[in-house]
Ligand binder design. Structure first.
Ligand SMILES: [Zn+2]
Length: 67
């Protein structure tokens, strides 16, 4: 996956633990954005604003599959 914001290796390894909102860009490609964590009750979504490892602000990060 290509990240619009460069972060540490750790983020790439743990990004599947997050829920991602998705949309389709102009090329019809699926884009993953706004990582969130589900809370224990399963309803509340906590937005991930910073990388849990290096603390970089990743609030506006987007992921696209490599071509
Ligand atoms: Zn990081």
């Amino acid at each position: 996956m290509k990240q619009t914001i460069k972060c540490c290796d750790f983020f790439g390894k743990m990004r599947h633990h997050f829920d991602w909102f998705t949309y389709q860009d102009d090329n019809g490609q699926k884009v993953y954005c706004m990582p969130v964590l589900k809370s224990c009750d399963g309803h509340t979504k906590l937005r991930v604003n910073n990388c849990p490892s290096c603390g970089k602000e990743i609030r506006n990060i987007e992921l696209r599959r490599e071509k």
